[in-house]
Design a protein around this ligand. Structure first.
Ligand SMILES: NC(=O)c1ccc[n+]([C@@H]2O[C@H](COP(=O)([O-])OP(=O)(O)OC[C@H]3O[C@@H](n4cnc5c(N)ncnc54)[C@H](O)[C@@H]3O)[C@@H](O)[C@H]2O)c1
Length: 327
């Protein structure tokens, strides 16, 4: 199949691209290599995709906000399937620059939806986020939980989901929204808790927890997220649906920090700093809908995933660490 992955130079998009190429598909990546974190991490990720796909891999450098480019990319490559991962990701970035998040995450999405519908694309998979939920009224979140985003980023993701539902109903473009819950793994964005903890511990510095550390998260290993996406190549059972893609269980930030200290063997204690308001207090996913519709079953526990990430970090320290510390 000919597949477009937007944001395919990024963390999740590049793992997904590798997975698709290994499964024998042709993949076009559209990504503008946005420098909001170190672009060399993205170049390494693109290198991995090239190695996995050879001639079946094409990279188009440009923005999803460029309507003409989006249209020509979809048309010229005869795109049959779209995984839309491009976004201004991150809550804090959206608090600092809400208009940029809006422009990329909603206007960019609309460009893709219009081009995909006009080209008769078979299915459009949209990367959404647990940030749509905001304050928890009950846990774990199922997909019927009210969406009360607490950040501009969360608002853009709610809007994007609604656009996708409308495009399914009105414009015959089958769309699926996947609400990812804090994804981690090799080449992850450097500005996330796990990278900070690992990097600090390996350098003999204490991990810094914002707030009291009692906040909890579902940390989802990137391979599980890729699996959920690949499952959608096989079935139309989730068309028009929105599903949580979370992990095997959740963990408090303090527990996570202590686990990283233990696993790295660092001789440090966890330290605490002021809480950041736009962060949700708890995220915890009920993944039964995805299990029922597409057979999604996360397999990597947080302990296994963090150990794997630490191993990977140690092996790739030479290039990844300076980019993380410098970011
Ligand atoms: N990582 C997580 O924990 C997480 C959680 C929930 C949802 N998500 C969503 O998953 C998707 C992928 O996230 P990620 O963690 O891989 O982030 P990422 O920042 O590593 O990847 C996003 C990619 O999109 C690209 N991009 C940004 N603006 C663009 C534009 N205007 N045009 C084209 N490309 C553009 C970036 O260059 C980057 O390579 C995003 O939609 C994000 O909102 C991620």
């Amino acid at each position: 199949m000919r597949i477009l992955v937007t944001g395919g130079a990024g963390f999740i998009g590049s793992h997904l691209t590798e997975g698709l190429l290994r499964a024998g598909h042709d993949v076009v990546v559209l990504d503008n290599l946005d420098p909001y974190y170190d672009v060399d991490i993205k170049r390494h990720s693109l290198g991995r995709c090239r190695d996995a796909g050879g001639d079946r891999f094409t990279f188009v450098e440009g923005s999803v906000t460029d309507e003409a480019l989006v249209r020509s990319t979809v048309a010229e490559h005869d795109v049959e399937f779209v995984y839309h991962q491009a976004a201004q990701a991150g809550v804090r970035a959206s608090v600092e620059n809400p208009k940029k998040s809006h422009e990329v995450n909603t206007t960019g999405l609309l460009n893709l939806l219009e081009a995909a519908a006009d080209a008769g694309v078979e299915r459009f998979v949209n990367a959404s986020s647990s940030s749509v939920y905001g304050r928890d009224e009950y846990l774990p979140y199922d997909e019927d939980h009210p969406t009360n985003p607490r950040s501009p980023y969360g608002v853009t993701k709610v809007a994007a989901e609604h656009y996708c539902t409308v495009w399914t109903d009105l414009f015959d473009l089958p769309c699926v929204n996947l609400r990812y819950f804090t994804v981690y793994g090799p080449r992850m964005r450097p500005n996330m808790a796990i990278t900070n903890f690992v990097s600090r511990c390996l350098n003999g510095e204490p991990p810094v927890v914002y707030g009291d550390g009692e906040q909890t998260r579902d940390f989802t290993y990137v391979d599980d997220v890729v699996e959920a996406n690949l499952d959608l190549l096989e079935t139309d059972a989730a068309d028009g649906e929105t599903m949580n893609v979370g992990s095997t269980g959740n963990i408090s930030i303090t527990e996570l920090a202590r686990y990283v200290v233990e696993e790295t063997g660092a001789d440090v204690e966890v330290v605490y700093d002021e809480a950041r308001d736009a962060d949700a207090r708890h995220t915890h996913a009920d993944v039964s809908k995805a299990e029922r519709l597409i057979g999604y079953e996360p397999t990597t526990t947080i302990r296994e995933g963090v150990s794997q990430f630490i191993d990977w970090y140690r092996k790739n320290r030479e290039w990844y660490e300076p980019l993380v510390i410098g970011s």
